[in-house]
Design a protein around this ligand. Structure first.
Ligand code: MV4
Length: 445
């Protein structure tokens, strides 16, 4: 077992990791910026280190400062949470070079899966269905045009290094493909320093379904079923749920087994998410894999009764996964709403500021993951997500009712939050029927 872990993150996920460490008897070091020094969750760690000013580049993204903090506090491992350095391969390599355990996959697995064409090739080797498209990269517009003719329009040009929907262009004919190819390359070069692109058939109005997996360093891998994350606004997830409301049990098992085959092919360890698109005919296609614990991991925890952060910590400490796939049962329905400090009536503009009023929900089936408290100040320097409300109930209908009840109780003021936007979605008849896809929000609201 690990003895001391540095938590290289802030806010709710830092608190989430600190809590899991406490329950496992692992000491924690919490790092924080000057803007975050008043947050009470820091007192729950065994030690705290101020690593710099509010600006992320000088604090939560500053590798030398975080490594130094780990060295002076004698932390043997670093949990990166999500965002910040969680998928930074250079950071994982530096941790390794410094003899600090990075709580995540190996550098080699990160390299393989962060390259979307390499990940696609690995999926093909593992007989995981991928979207019809290019074998490798598209090195000229002529090559793209030729392939588009073969697979048929519409197609989508994607950046090998892509993320957050950047470096992507949909094309419905040769002319828009010529333009899209050039635009995607330029955008990817500017955003990621890598203009390499590939081509896929464009799947229209898909659902976003992702499988939670966990693997250890002894060759064991298990899945924790799937999450449906189709409720997204401009590539930002708003509501996630498990299980996916439209999957039958047979397809579910095939999908989850496919995710496990990819994870084994990548010789993966720690937590991963394998993302798929699900089309109107319930065909699923692998699109990418995330090598971190994700924001929405609690919905998988609620439906399986498994603590995913504890598994990450145990696996990093060298323990084997000592449960079998049969021990992981899907129980009921969980839904998560992300609460952001944003104004839904002003195009979701960030709304930083002091929280004078704070009244969280509670009661049967309600979990709130947050670092908030009355008197907290929301800084403009960081992500606007300030809380997650997770509900767990036997059925989807009951889960929606519990979420409506919980959001009605949740009082945060005077800053604006996405609570009313989540309430609108939850009461929309298409959401209630589960008849949604990734375009639902942008079409409907
Ligand atoms: C796609 C697609 C349709 N067809 N690939 C968007 C971000 C990146 N993770 C992959 N994305 C998509 N890839 C093919 N071949 C549609 C999307 C997409 C999307 C995917 C998941 C969740 C929300 C989305 C919103 C718009 C487009």
């Amino acid at each position: 077992m690990l003895s001391r872990v540095l938590v290289a993150n802030r806010g709710e996920i830092a608190l989430r990791v600190i809590r899991a460490c406490r329950e496992l008897g692992i000491e924690t070091v919490a790092v924080h910026s000057k803007a975050d020094s008043a947050f009470p969750y820091l007192d729950l760690a065994d030690e705290t280190v101020c690593i710099g000013p509010a600006d992320c580049a000088q604090s939560y993204l500053n590798i030398p400062r975080i490594i130094s903090a780990a060295e002076v506090t004698d932390a043997e491992a670093i949990h990166p949470g999500y965002g910040f350095l969680a998928e930074n391969i250079e950071f994982a390599q530096i941790c390794r070079d410094c003899g600090i355990l990075f709580i995540g996959p190996s550098v080699e697995a990160m390299q393989l899966l962060s390259d979307k064409v390499e990940a696609r090739k690995a999926a093909m080797r593992a007989k995981v269905p991928v979207v019809p498209g290019s074998e490798g990269t598209m090195d000229s517009v002529e090559e793209a045009l030729k392939l588009a003719e073969k697979i048929g329009y519409p197609v989508i040009v994607k950046a090998v290094a892509g993320g957050g929907g950047r470096g992507m262009r949909v094309a419905h004919n040769d002319i828009s493909l010529r333009n899209g190819y050039t635009a995607a390359k330029a955008e990817a070069q500017a955003a990621f320093g890598n203009g390499t692109v590939y081509l896929e058939k464009f799947i229209e109005e898909p659902r976003h379904v992702e499988v939670q997996v966990m693997a250890d360093n002894h060759g064991h891998a298990v899945h924790f079923y799937e999450r449906d994350c189709s409720v997204q606004r401009r590539h930002q997830k708003m509501i996630e749920e498990s299980p996916c409301p439209v999957l039958d049990q047979e397809t579910r098992i095939k999908l989850c087994d496919a995710a496990l085959r990819l994870i084994r092919e990548a010789k993966y360890s720690s937590a991963a998410t394998v993302e798929f698109l699900l089309d109107k005919n319930k065909n699923y296609y692998f699109i990418e894999a995330n090598t971190r614990i994700q924001v929405e991991h609690p919905v998988s925890e609620m439906v399986t009764g498994q603590d995913l952060i504890k598994w990450q910590l145990k696996i990093a400490g060298g323990q084997a996964i000592d449960i079998t796939q049969d021990d992981i049962k899907l129980n009921g329905v969980a839904i998560e709403c992300r609460i952001n400090a944003e104004d839904p009536s002003n195009n979701f503009a960030p709304c930083p500021g002091p929280i004078d009023q704070y009244m969280p929900p509670g009661g049967f089936g309600v979990r709130v993951d947050t670092h908030l408290h009355q008197g907290a100040k929301i800084s403009p320097h960081y992500d606007s997500m300030i809380a997650k409300v997770i509900v767990h109930q036997p059925t989807r209908k009951e889960a929606i009712a519990t979420m409506q009840r919980a959001l009605r109780e949740f009082k945060i003021g005077p800053i604006k939050t996405t609570i009313p936007a989540c309430q609108d979605i939850l009461s929309h008849n298409l959401f209630v029927k589960g008849e949604i896809d990734t375009g639902f929000i942008d079409r409907t609201f």
